[in-house]
Design a protein around this ligand. Structure first.
Ligand SMILES: [Zn+2]
Length: 77
């Protein structure tokens, strides 16, 4: 495995989408390659910063209340 192969499959590795043979090849490469260890760490950091799950939308009653208050307030001066 080369670094190009590793980076091409790094996302799948993190998602657990690879079979055991591919995971083993990735792990063997990580064991010998500092550059790809750094790459994987950066990807993990990026994922934890961005977050995988988007925040939930507000419940409909909250949205309705906000809209009602906005219309009660009338047009901006
Ligand atoms: Zn590498």
């Amino acid at each position: 495995m080369r670094c190009q192969d590793f980076t091409a499959h790094a996302t799948e590795l993190m998602e657990g989408a690879l079979d055991w043979r591919q995971r083993l090849a990735m792990r063997l490469h990580l064991a010998i390659c500092d550059a790809c260890r750094g790459f994987l760490r950066q990807m993990r950091d990026a994922v934890s910063l961005v977050g995988i799950v988007p925040p939930p939308p507000p419940p409909p009653e909250v949205e309705a209340e906000v809209l009602r208050r906005l219309s009660d307030a009338g047009p901006a001066p």
